[in-house]
Design a protein around this ligand. Structure first.
Ligand code: ADP
Ligand code: MG
Length: 256
């Protein structure tokens, strides 16, 4: 686990060993029931961690707390060695430099492709335009810069959403089942392309999925979640070949 982490982080200066994202003992209850129950995780720059588990186990709630749109009952969130949220102190969501990609996080239909990608950007007009062009080139969609979302295929829309999420150079990308709406034919290509771009930018990625196959394909590290808790954590191969208990075995085999 340690070697995996170090290999995927850039350089080996002291600073680069500070996790990009660290959550400590996060707890969230609904109606007296803990749906996130003492979850701790840390992710290095350029590392992809998959939060993997069955529907209802608390994955999205964990992500929403990190994004800042849901408050934890207890626990802490740290970014680059700085506390950004505990139960008394809270950096607002828009100042966390966290990018979001959700399955149903649609493009704005009334904005052009350029307008969508520029949405979260600050700065002068020329500067914004240059960043939009750079990103659309990277996702290979520059020819659609003045087009509108409805003129694009599902896969193309997803790539615009990726460009939009990357545009403000987020330090962390939170992705909640972002590929589940795509058909199989497109999914592999977009997964690989997304990972490539995120690694290039040294972004720390927390990807939520209920599909073991997706986690095996994308993760540097898998955190297996059940009933609000992380029950096992490690490199995909280790988690897959050495399941922690019977429930983990059946979770992996039911999915096949
Ligand atoms: P996952 O993303 O793993 O499917 P969620 O984090 O969405 O799981 O939900 C975990 C549990 O918390 C579920 O039982 C869900 O019904 C419950 N839950 C989520 N949000 C709320 C809420 N706002 N109020 C009450 N219960 C909620
Ligand atoms: Mg969910």
């Amino acid at each position: 686990m340690q070697t995996e982490t170090q290999r995927s982080s850039s350089g080996n200066t002291l600073a680069s060993r500070v996790p990009r994202l660290e959550i400590r003992h996060l707890v969230r209850q609904f109606d007296g029931r803990p749906v996130v129950d003492d979850v701790s995780l840390s992710i290095m720059p350029g590392q992809v961690t998959c939060l993997l588990g069955p529907s209802g186990c608390g994955k999205s709630t964990t992500l929403r707390m990190i994004a800042g749109v849901e408050m934890q009952d207890s626990g802490e969130i740290w970014v680059d060695g700085k506390l950004i949220c505990d139960t008394v102190f809270r950096v607002p969501p828009e100042r966390r430099q966290i990018g979001l990609m959700f399955q149903d996080f649609a493009l704005f239909p009334h904005l052009s492709v350029a307008g969508n990608v520029a949405y979260g950007l600050r700065g002068g007009k020329d500067e914004k335009r240059a960043r939009v062009v750079e990103l659309l080139e990277r996702v290979d969609l520059l020819q659609f810069i003045d087009g509108y979302p409805h003129q694009l295929s599902g896969g193309e829309q997803q790539r615009v959403a990726l460009a939009r999420a990357l545009a403000p150079r987020p330090r962390i990308m939170l992705m909640d089942e972002p590929f589940s709406g795509l058909d199989n034919r497109l999914r592999d290509g977009i997964r690989d392309e997304t990972l490539g771009l995120l690694k290039e930018e040294d972004t720390a990625v927390l990807l939520v999925t209920h599909e073991p196959e997706e986690a095996m394909r994308m993760a540097d590290e898998i955190a297996l979640m059940r009933d609000g808790r992380i029950v096992q954590q490690g490199a995909p191969y280790n988690v897959y070949t050495r399941p922690v208990d019977r429930a983990a075995v059946s979770f992996f085999s039911d999915a096949n």
